[in-house]
Design a protein around this ligand. Sequence first.
Ligand code: APR
Length: 241
Amino acid sequence: MSREVPERLLAALRDARHVCVLTGAGVSAESGVPTFREAQEGLWSKYRAEDLATPEAFLADPALIWRWYRWRRGVVGNVEPNPGHRAIARLAGVVPRLTLVTQNVDGLHRRAGSRDVIELHGNLFEDRCFADGTLHAGDDGLDVPTCPDCGGHLRPGVVWFGEAVPEPALDASCAAAADCDVFLSVGTSSLVYPAAGLAKQNGAVVAEINPNPTSQAAGFDFALAGNSGIVLPELVDWLAL
Ligand code: APR
């Protein structure tokens, strides 16, 4: 019997047809990804992240916003996926169907081997045309990179303050929460996307993995108080036995 993972949760996972995993900043904490707000260091410490991550700031000074995002790409590009990310990628090979939804823009799930990740807030390493919305990989090194399709300014492919989550990502994540049999809420304060509540209403077994149980945890079936980098590998090891 596992020390961290209750047998009833393992049984629900073994029987599950569809597992949905929602991750937040906590899953990347053990990789050393600074949270959005604590990331402001050195030259950037005089700016508030909330004042830079907006469409208005980009329109006012796109070169400044690009300098900030290139610095953030450098910071995140220097960290590695941790055992929590890798366990989720492994879980996809153990259950019949897995939908992974993340609020993180760091791309660490993809780097850990997860496929078809629903990135609710976009991806730090993608570029999107400010004018036509098309996605492009990598930037062309100009102060403000340009769209190869229309010549307009490219912007980082993330969701900024004041912007809505793209509808396809939101629809897909709600559909998965409504359809799944087990929902794992990992490393998120669950305040931004109350998807766990939707899963619970639809009869899923809901478990939270967080060293600091959230205020919503009382309404879930399980609250595993631990770091995702420890609890998730243990859970997948037991399932794979
Ligand atoms: N393992 C699991 N959970 C952890 C760990 C860990 N090692 N370390 C911290 N946590 C938990 C914290 O206890 C907290 O509940 O991760 C959660 C992180 O919560 P938030 O910082 O609120 O992150 P998140 O839920 O992803 O929401 C932040 O708000 O600013 C926006 O776009 C931004 O997506 C981001 C969202």
